[in-house]
Design a protein around this ligand. Structure first.
Ligand code: SF4
Length: 378
């Protein structure tokens, strides 16, 4: 059985970015109480018999925690769970909340991968995105991470901002490559329902980038990063080599169990998915009462599992492994979807490679609608 993953959600941000729909709050006063509750949740969910080979401290902004708090969380994880000695241990960092001392302490505590939320190297873009840092801060954070001894550094970029030019996106990509990170995530800006960014869109305060521009930027990023030695292993993710793919995120895409801690964190023990309550206060209260802070639980049926396998398989460069699909669902994928496979292959969106059904670059652009077409025929 594949080792499982641990996700730790730190639900605090200095300021909320208008495009973000992750759960986080800006009242940092409750951090100490939250950290105690988080450690207590680990004790409540302890699973000494299962091996975990990834820990991902995400959020929110984990780097609002001080070194002592992060060390206590990692110690608790090591006490309550069997962590593989070669585990990938990642922390997400906001360039506005890092310091040399803090990053050194994180590295000494055993964190061996850092993902920095750069988003853009252009100050005007950062202002539009409501980020708390400048482009200079982002570059400094990357240097500090390297100085602290991290050799597995990732950075996030956001593209297809309103009015962003191809030249502007090109400059972000060039600067990112010049920094030589091991991993780059490139996310298309989306207006998630309920966010301030979406309200601004609805009110006509800006016009989102046109579909054709989004497509052009996606293809450009793919071509540029591949030419500079990054493999495009998932729609939004590029790694310098297979060793630098996100081991933790790969669990989400490949039906591997994970346990999530903190408010709004998801857990998955196939076929059951659950989500913790989406409120720091409620979370702390439940833990104080000695109860698991679970808000929702869903048992996925055979069809839902198949839908996920198709959707997530098509997001990845490895595609859908037909033999593994047959093993898992007792279904011959190629036979079941022969018409669609033929149609999308003829259009240049899909190809068969090594017993796998894989999207081409152009196909990745259409991933949502292609996956939907497969799912509709189920
Ligand atoms: S810092 Fe990250 S988690 Fe926090 S609001 Fe901004 S995008 Fe969301």
């Amino acid at each position: 059985m594949d080792p499982a993953g641990i996700y730790i959600h730190i639900p605090f941000c200095v300021r909320k970015c208008p495009y973000c729909d992750f759960y986080s709050v800006s009242d940092l006063a409750t951090i100490p109480v939250f950290v105690d509750a988080l450690i207590a949740e680990m004790t409540l969910r302890r699973q000494p018999e299962k091996v975990f080979d990834s820990i991902y401290i995400g959020g929110g902004t984990p780097t609002v925690l001080d070194q002592e708090q992060v060390c206590r969380i990692l110690e608790a994880a090591g006490r309550e769970f069997a962590i593989d000695p070669g585990a990938e241990i990642t922390i997400e960092a906001n360039p506005g909340t890092v310091s040399n001392a803090r990053l050194r302490a994180f590295r000494s505590a055993g964190i061996n991968r850092i993902n920095i939320g750069v988003q853009s190297f252009d100050d005007a873009n950062l202002e539009f995105l409501g980020r708390i840092h400048t482009a200079e801060d982002a570059k400094n954070a990357l240097h500090m991470a390297e100085d602290a001894g991290f050799d597995n550094i990732g950075l996030d970029l956001i593209y297809a901002l309103p009015d962003q030019t191809r030249r502007n996106w090109q400059k972000d990509l060039e600067t990112a490559v010049d920094c030589a990170p091991a991993h780059i995530s490139a996310y298309m800006l989306t207006c998630e329902p309920g966010t301030p960014l979406d309200s601004d869109r609805i009110a006509g305060r800006f016009k989102p980038a046109h579909d054709s521009r989004q497509a052009e930027f996606f293809m450009h990023a793919r071509d540029f990063l591949r030419r500079h030695g990054y493999e495009h292993y998932e729609i939004s993710n590029f790694a310098r080599s297979a060793r630098y793919r996100s081991r933790h995120n790969s669990k989400y895409w490949n039906n591997i169990p994970y346990v999530g801690f903190g408010p709004a964190a998801h857990s998955y023990a196939p076929p059951v998915r659950s989500m913790n309550v989406r409120s720091v206060a409620e979370y702390v209260e439940k833990i104080r009462e000695g109860r698991l802070p679970v808000g929702e639980t869903e048992k996925l049926n055979w069809q839902q599992l198949m839908i996920e396998a198709i959707y997530l398989g098509l997001r990845q460069a490895v595609g859908i492994d037909c033999a593994a699909f047959a093993n898992r669902f007792g279904v011959d994928f190629k036979q079941m979807f022969s018409d669609l496979i033929g149609r999308f292959t003829a259009k240049g969106y899909l190809m068969e490679h090594d017993g796998r059904i894989v999207l081409t670059g152009r196909g990745m652009l259409m991933q949502e609608s292609i996956a939907e077409a497969f799912i509709e025929t189920l």
